[in-house]
Design a protein around this ligand. Sequence first.
Ligand code: GLN
Length: 538
Amino acid sequence: MKLIFVSGGVISGLGKGITASSIGRLLESRGLKVSAIKIDPYLNIDAGTMNPFEHGEVYVLDDGGEVDLDLGNYERFMDLHLTRDHNITTGKVYRSVIENERHGDYLGKTVQIIPHITNEIKRRITTVARDSGADVVIIELGGTVGDMESLPFLEAARQLGRELGREENVMFVHTTLIPIMGSVGEEKTKPTQHSVKELMSIGIRPDVIVGRCSEPISDAARAKIAMFCDVPEQAVISTPDARSIYEVPLNLEKQGVADYIIDKMKLGPMTTKRDMARWEGFVDRVVNPKREVRIALVGKYTSLADSYLSHLEAFTHAGAAAECKVRIKFIDSDELVAHDPSSLLGDVDGVLVPGGFGIRGVEGKIEAARYARENGIPFLGVCLGFQIATIEFCRHVLGLGKASSTEFDPDTPDPIICIMNEQKGIVNMGATMRLGAQDVVLREGSKACELYGGRTLISERHRHRYEVNPDYIERMEAAGWRFTGRSECGTRMEIGELEGHPYFVASQFHPEFKSKPECASPLHQGLVNAAIRYSGSK
Ligand code: GLN
């Protein structure tokens, strides 16, 4: 078992997740099987209940795990399919230990952080590492070294180092900040020194230091860090500002970090030749676009771009495939009620209404869908966006003026969208929320089927509680809102597409969660391609 721990010092937001993902990508490019774990030192069991405003988007996995958005980066960079066990939180660890205690498993012993909590952390890490069958597992420690919350995790990591062997089986990568001060632009290494000292006081000596700095660091700074932090100079890596996060693996590769790790962990000799050519091609298309389109993202968490991270990444992937820069115009949906929609949407080439919960902002999203439908502007609705498009169609095309979802208006005369449990004859999944990968059957000859490369059976990830009310389906379809994607049993509506519109597509599932650099989400790709056509026709 080979483990690489990635910790962070000085400040949060150093791009630790991107560093971990990039190292993983580079190891993978040599034919190694890599997996990844994210440790979140908070007491929530998972991210399912967390506010996107505070924490960014809740990322959903195939198994329905609602996890930290860094797992999205791992899946995108390393092309992985992770499970909820790959996100370890303080909440999960404590819950297991307390359940074991109630069960009488500790035989009358005093239950303590060391060894009981640390043992549970070690058990979780090693179980995931073993089950994944990976040659090497990257474990990102959330938070900053020195935080009270992360101490048990660092202690568990230290112990794993001792038990598995620090020589070649466990490595520590520490990411820090190297600020540039003053007009002379001198790099300051002191914060890094302090942070490494802190790590060492816990008993962990880092093997690699990754310094986040606006510029590539000088040889002098590199030598200084190597000296004070007691690592070889080649183990001091810098991550200067990149034009795209996807450029980070290429920057790291130039500094030989993967070879250093492979050497130290005796992961070689490599049988496969390093292959980053396709990745390089992708990055090249991201940073050198030939054209540009503007897409409006109409939501209510628009003040924090991380709330919609997977959508933004999906647009980067789709944009790269079309050699097009996708500029996102964030629009707070409430603004669309306060102002004439054309004043906000008049200059965009496409509209995305993403997922969401609760009534706030709903009317503005309905306005966005209406504007896109009536003006032939390419539109994509996802999850709540799909429900919004359906409501808008019923209100303004079918003339059901008060149509709504029971989520927003429990007494609506036309509950176009209703809670899944309320429906007769439909087996409820047993959970209050329908989560994770589910099969979707696509209608042959539909736009959806075409976007998915002619496939009629796909699997996409879900996170919803409400759905289209089957009582209205026939009327909607007859008027041109076609449900061309349905659940296998046929009763659950998954995709809607509007007849006679250049691109008006919406899905109950979240295609953004499975978008990959070299294989963009088909529905985002469809929107970007339609936006390019639209902008050319203006
Ligand atoms: N609130 C809606 C539902 O629960 C949509 C959820 C979402 O957009 N993720 O069905």
